[in-house]
Design a protein around this ligand. Structure first.
Ligand code: FE2
Ligand code: FE2
Length: 331
């Protein structure tokens, strides 16, 4: 990330003001932080995203020591609580794990998400916007999931490690999924720099990534983190096939489709591994996690559903799905 993003309200402004005032110092207080009552809002999601980036790549010009500053951690908790509560409220009622898994394995015959739109009627500008949204996660794929590794043990940990090894290119850095995504962005004339488009990315996109990090960072939520990751792995293969076809139709070329082509096959394998090797083994070792795994499925559905609704709502109205259009795409 080359520059800090602009604030979107009092919460993100308070975080930015604190972080840019120098190293953590005892007694420094967050400015009046405003309301936490809109957890899905732009301000709330950006404030949370900034807090999480301190655990991840860090923020430009910001002292690394802020990561473990007690006051900022307390503030982060104030942001996390209503967000998680809002996700839970929309995820209920969570079905039993077996039932939830079966539902996940069945692709609806009448799917309507962004991959369907892009395949059937998307234009190049839609594809470019889609890549910008997804870049917030895919340029750091699968860093938020690595937090899970020391929190589960035995067979589930071994198999999860094998899946994550693949995400990083299985020993070949040029095959790391984040690198493939960067190549795809470049093929579509986009800047693949980490965080380059953060100011353009709206709250529904940040919520998708913030939820991953939230679940990863809390040991108490390890079952939900596994469920969330499993949702991505289980549902990704057919969606990746649609996206590869859509991007090819829109002029992606070999580099511009490689990331999704790679995921058609990789995630068909990962689907099996995550079901049999991770979920079944985790629940066998820690039966109390079963409900949380099912919640992780539902939680992924909540944030992905909101993201999809946002994109399709904007695109069908002929508007940009970003906070403002890409400079060279006057949608
Ligand atoms: Fe991947
Ligand atoms: Fe995968």
């Amino acid at each position: 990330m080359s520059a800090l993003p602009a604030a979107r309200g009092p919460l993100s402004a308070a975080v930015l003001a604190l972080l840019t005032a120098g190293p953590p110092a005892a007694g420094r207080l967050l400015a009046a932080p405003g309301t936490f009552a809109e957890p899905w809002g732009e301000d709330h999601q950006l404030a949370l995203h900034l807090c999480y980036e301190l655990h991840d790549r860090g923020l430009p010009g910001v002292w690394d020591g802020w990561e473990w500053d007690p006051e900022l951690l307390r503030f982060r908790q104030e942001l996390e609580r209503p967000f998680l509560a809002a996700v839970r409220a929309e995820a209920e009622p969570v079905p039993p794990l077996r039932e939830a898994l079966e539902a996940l394995l069945t692709e609806p015959p009448d799917g309507t998400g962004p991959s369907y739109f892009l395949l059937a009627e998307g234009e190049r500008r839609h594809a470019r916007e889609y890549l910008v949204h997804r870049s917030v996660y895919h340029l750091k794929e699968a860093d938020p999931q690595l937090w899970m590794l020391p929190r589960i043990h035995g067979s589930a940990q071994a198999v999860l490690t094998a899946i994550l090894y693949d995400e990083y290119g299985a020993g070949r850095p040029e095959r790391a999924h984040a690198s493939l995504f960067a190549r795809m962005m470049a093929a579509f004339g986009l800047d693949p720099g980490y965080g380059h488009y953060l100011d353009l990315v709206p709250a529904p996109t940040l919520a998708v990534v913030n939820l991953m990090t939230l679940l990863g960072l809390h040991r108490a939520l390890r079952g939900a983190a596994v469920g969330h990751f499993a949702t991505v792995e289980i549902t990704s293969s057919p969606g990746s096939a649609r996206l590869a076809a859509a991007l090819e139709r829109l002029g992606g070329g070999p580099d511009g489709t490689l990331f999704y082509r790679e995921h058609i096959e990789a995630d068909a394998v990962h689907e099996q591994l995550v079901r049999r090797g991770v979920i079944e083994e985790l629940v066998a070792a820690e039966p109390q996690c079963a409900r949380d795994v099912a919640f992780g499925f539902a939680a992924a559905g909540v944030v992905d559903g909101r993201f999809a609704d946002h994109l399709l709502g904007r695109w069908r109205a002929g508007r940009t799905s970003l906070r403002s259009p890409l400079p060279d795409d006057p949608l």
